[in-house]
Design a protein around this ligand. Structure first.
Ligand SMILES: [Zn+2]
Length: 517
């Protein structure tokens, strides 16, 4: 009998919400997974960000070996950082390894699967996909089939990430979620792939903006719990079900001005003459463009022109690079890059001085971070592999306390984005239930990288040797382990790293959600 696995992904799933709801009996299907299988914490990558998290899920590798550290590529070819995409992942992903073994796979809305690569099955890519067009699906013929079943949306309308009435936000959220459920259920039932992964993003969006309106959040977890039951029922009793998050969640607890700190301590110098902020200029351009000239340009030209314009207009145009030793990453990335000679476009820190400058920077950041949890993290403490040099040189681990960075802007007149009520955390959720899963067991220190090898094992396939994750044997029945211990095969990770995935619409969507500030 084929061993099949269903992965029900919950972007931002957290025991901070799920725990009390399980106790109150409001999530009967997750409760059933817990009682009849395994349940526990699944910790994510550093920092707790959707793009590197799903890259680690797909490859079983830490970001130092898959090369994705953020939604944006590292600032190697200009300080305006371009969007990253799934072409960066050249390591065989769980979908590729299973395809090579002759198994069938299906993925719906897994972040960082655009552009889709051919697999023995189908892919509707997730976050970072420009639009729901046939050419963006694998196989492209999937589009016609799906349109025969119902509508589909890559994500919510970005307008709803601005200040809107609660009803407008939740109406759009449920519209997207219901449409995704319908299409995903159709594919799960009609194709019956050996591995099926569907990711729902609604609670992440809700918790960012409505963490303080807990009942709105809880209602969507109830919706997910009911949807989970539909997928499990459609799969049948012999299917192993995993419910997993890409990162956890908790309340937003304030902001720290990292860029201001770097300026005050002489690590970053701003030019005397102020540039207009990019957001203000882009707003003005959008208003002036009555003839819709931008849309008439070929997409390729638009992206290239926008890249050049944005580089000139970006907040980093305000930076005097010849007098800047360090500069911040995005607000959700919590990282600082040193401006290294020969690495950054106008780098001034000599490699010989690198450790000294970074130690000075770390000492100042420790002060900024005083009284908070965790401590300043040097990248080689959390990553290993060929792409470590693409990561920010140091992290300020404010995510431990739910503190966000003030967006780096030199224009105080720019209206702040919508207030975020919740932020990502390291600790997410993992539930598993199936023929080989021990009832009442719990994963022990599980990380996202463990999911891939564990799925291979549960599907009775050989496991790639040398992944950063491990088979979570503690949730497997002793009988299964004794009868068939894990078997490994030699595996070459290959190289990858920075790939330009710039797309204006995707960028606008991420900007409106506050991911790129
Ligand atoms: Zn999020």
């Amino acid at each position: 009998m084929r061993s099949r696995v269903l992965i029900f992904g919950i972007d931002g799933g957290t025991f901070n919400v799920v725990g009390p709801m399980l106790e109150a009996g409001r999530l009967p299907n997750l409760a059933r997974l817990q009682a009849e299988g395994a349940a526990g914490t699944l910790s994510t990558v550093c920092p707790p960000l959707t793009a590197p998290a799903w890259a680690t899920f797909q490859t079983g590798l830490n970001p130092g070996r898959h090369g994705v550290f953020d939604f944006l590529a590292p600032p190697r070819h200009g300080y305006y950082r371009r969007l990253q995409n799934a072409s960066a992942l050249t390591a065989a992903r769980v979908f590729d390894t299973l395809s090579s073994a002759g198994r069938t796979v299906g993925a719906v809305n897994v972040p960082l699967t655009f552009p889709p690569r051919p697999v023995n099955g189908f892919v509707i890519p997730g976050m970072l996909t420009p639009s729901f067009a046939d050419k963006h699906l694998y196989p492209p013929s999937l589009g016609a089939e799906i349109r025969g079943v119902g509508e589909y949306f890559i994500d919510m309308d970005p307008a709803n990430f601005e200040e809107v009435p609660d009803e407008a936000f939740t109406e759009d959220l449920y519209r997207v979620a219901e449409a995704r459920k319908k299409i995903a259920l159709h594919l799960w039932k009609s194709r019956r792939p050996d591995l099926f992964v569907v990711v729902f993003t609604g609670v992440d969006r809700l918790m960012h903006f409505y963490w303080d309106k807990a009942e709105l959040v809880r209602r969507h977890y109830e919706w997910l719990d009911a949807a989970l039951a539909e997928f499990m029922e459609a799969g049948g009793e012999d299917v192993t079900t995993l419910v997993m998050s890409d990162h956890g969640f908790g309340p937003a607890e304030g902001e720290v001005d990292l860029a201001g700190h770097l300026v005050r301590h002489g690590f970053m110098t701003l030019k005397k003459k102020k540039n207009p902020s990019p957001r203000r200029v882009m707003d003005a351009v959008a208003k002036l463009d009555v003839l819709n000239l931008r849309k008439r340009l070929p997409q390729r030209w638009r992206a290239a022109a926008r890249g050049r314009v944005m580089e000139r207009l970006s907040v980093f145009a305000a930076v005097d690079w010849k007098r800047t030793k360090a500069f911040p990453g995005t607000a959700t990335q919590y990282g600082v890059y040193l401006n290294v000679a020969g690495r950054e476009p106008e780098g001034i820190v000599d490699r010989a001085d690198y450790e000294k400058v970074r130690d000075d920077l770390a000492a100042g950041l420790e002060e900024l971070h005083a009284g908070l949890r965790g401590r300043v993290v040097r990248r080689e403490e959390v990553y290993h592999g060929p792409f470590v040099d693409d990561a920010p040189d140091i992290y300020l681990p404010l995510w431990e306390d739910g503190i966000r960075l003030v967006e780096f802007s030199d224009d105080p007149a720019v209206a702040p984005r919508r207030r975020r009520a919740g932020e990502h955390r390291r600790e997410g959720i993992l539930f598993a239930r199936g023929p080989s899963v021990s009832a009442g067991s719990a994963p022990n220190g599980a990380t996202l990288a463990d999911v891939y090898p564990t799925v291979m094992y549960l599907m009775k396939e050989a496991v790639p040797a040398g992944l950063d994750g491990r088979v979570l044997a503690e949730v497997v029945t002793p009988k299964t382990l004794a009868a068939a211990p894990p078997v490994y095969f030699d595996y070459d990770v290959g190289g990858a790293g920075y790939v330009d995935g710039e797309d204006a619409e995707v960028r606008a969507r991420l900007e409106s959600m506050g991911y790129l500030g």
